[in-house]
Write a protein that binds this ligand. Sequence first.
Ligand code: SAM
Length: 286
Amino acid sequence: MTLTDIGQIKSLFNKYGFSFTKSLGQNFLINPTVCPRIAEKSGITPDSGVIEIGTGIGVLTCELAKRAKKVVALEIDRTLQPILKETLAEYDNVEVIFADVMQTDLKQLIADKFSGMETSVCANLPYYITSPVIMKLLEERLPIRSVTVMVQLEAAQRICAVPGTRNSSALTIAVNYYSSPKKLFNVSPGSFIPAPKVESAVIRLEPHETPLYDVDDEKLFFSCVRQAFSQRRKQLINPVAGYFGINKETLSDMMSENGLKPTARAEELTMDNFVTLYRIIERLKK
Ligand code: SAM
């Protein structure tokens, strides 16, 4: 069966009475070159374990199954179950779990299903939960080698922006805190059914094996980042001083003393600058 052939897809849908649920971000890949490319770029090997998020009808799942030792795929939509039974029948190394990725204990899943295997995540993500899924994968410090995912182009640009440059955002800083992100290639709307309104892109994140930044209180660090970006085109000193109840002049002096421009906007700060700002806040708020 060719899962990128519109005729075959439509007859599968008719056979099992499937219809798209827009709110679940169901845009299935139909460009035959894209899934093999994602699977290749994810760096999985015949010894790898792979977690897929959102199988759809299994078009990417098949490409992963051909290349990996084992694939465990999470899919929220149970109406896809009979279709997947047919489309994945020839692969004995795939397990589909019908569950919400956001409610799934991924650390436990990796321990249960991928013991002794190097594990990666690979997916064409449902766009409505792109940031929460990526942050869940990173914040839980899962033992994963890489995360190779399709996201909206705009999200890819935000995630892969260089911290300290105009496109950077709180998400850029968060992703860079935990991993090294890289944009791999763009995918046009016509590669999906139904076609989304915007361009997409595949990105790859490689989680740092050991933390790169010396931050004891991560909650405070991310709170600084969020406040700094809360008025992104304005000087960060105002929202940051206001939120943490710090005297603005004192903060300004401390920023100067520590090599930060008191008039800086959040998008001008590098990762190291944010760590410096966090240390200042940690000291002043006590
Ligand atoms: N991998 C398929 C493809 O490339 O054609 C489908 C990708 S589609 C963009 C996203 C898939 O994620 C859909 O099948 C959708 O039902 C599923 N999904 C949406 N929300 C989910 C969630 N919270 N947990 C798991 N799967 C989810």
